[in-house]
Design a protein around this ligand. Structure first.
Ligand code: RP5
Ligand code: MG
Ligand code: MG
Length: 279
């Protein structure tokens, strides 16, 4: 896989902390680099010991590469190395050690629901792209509140939670604002949504995410699954409403020119290819 890029962004998100610059040819841990001197940074919110975060390494010894109680510390990418008691990013150096904004040492597991429908023209037919002559897919995208970038409405897997549950819950929270809905409204949303999400989704990605929050010792991993509303009468009819860590939500045409958070556009490329849609 190509060397991570966003995981080497100059300024660490939500801080004034500058990463130690890591050139492409020094990303690999196997490349000897005695001058490497990453800055140490763990966000104050993480050090405050919230329920979703680990403690500092020392007295606290997580079971790396294992299912540690209800926290899954296994990587989708195989065994990761431990150095001085700390896990090493499987994609190499990032210029920053510690956990940054991430709660877990090692893999921080997320799930990304990619909800799609066909773009329809004014006569109700599938819209064909002028260049590719292929039908255009649209997906539900959200504008992240933390950085303002458009993204898939994904989120963290709670301890012990099934991925299928995370996919549905995060979509409901971020794109349908279920957290702010009344009990009866929430029930209605869940009914509609669980039908689509219980259909066989198409898994388009599993593994490391090139996320700007990644560090040498903590990184994002995800399972991205496509749920497709083929006839356009399922989720397509639900009113979208941004919620939780989403500021805006919209149906967005899938196209190679999309600039999205992390490596999300890579996941969409696979969706387009698998569904024989325009890219
Ligand atoms: C990305 O961060 C994942 O692909 C997922 O979309 C997201 C999960 O983090 P939060 O949205 O909870 O911040 O790496
Ligand atoms: Mg969320
Ligand atoms: Mg999210």
């Amino acid at each position: 896989s190509p060397a991570h890029i966003k995981a080497r962004c100059a300024v660490y998100p939500g801080s004034d902390t500058h990463r130690f610059p890591v050139p492409d040819d020094k990303v690999d841990w196997e490349t000897d680099w005695p001058q490497y001197s990453p800055v140490n940074y763990t966000a104050p919110a993480v050090l405050k010991k919230p329920v979703w975060a680990d403690l500092e390494i020392g007295a606290f010894c997580p079971q790396f590469n294992l299912l540690d109680g209800s926290v899954d510390r296994r990587s989708h990418e195989g065994q990761y190395r431990i150095q001085n008691g700390k896990p090493l990013n499987p994609h190499g150096r990032t210029g920053l050690e510690g956990r940054g904004l991430l709660g877990r040492w090692g893999p921080n597991h997320a799930a990304d629901p990619i909800v799609t429908r066909w773009k329809i023209d004014s006569s109700g037919q599938r819209f064909l792209h002028a260049d590719s002559k292929l039908p255009v897919l649209q997906f539900v995208s959200i504008k992240r509140l933390d950085c303002g970038e458009w993204a898939i409405p994904g989120g963290m897997v709670d301890p012990g939670e099934r991925i299928s549950q995370t996919l549905q819950r995060e979509f409901s929270e971020e794109a349908l604002n279920s957290l702010k809905a009344s009990d009866s409204e929430r029930e209605k949303i869940q009914k509609r949504i669980s039908e689509l999400f219980s259909s066989a989704g198409l898994q388009v990605y599993i593994g490391y995410v090139d996320d700007p929050r990644n560090t040498d010792n903590a990184w994002m991993e995800t399972v991205a699954v496509n749920f497709h509303d083929e006839s356009g009468d399922s989720v397509s009819e639900l009113p979208l409403q941004a919620g939780d860590d989403a500021g805006q939500v919209s149906w967005t045409d899938i196209d190679s020119s999309l600039a999205l958070y992390a490596n999300h556009s890579q996941f969409l490329k696979t969706v387009a290819e698998e569904r024989k849609a325009h890219w």
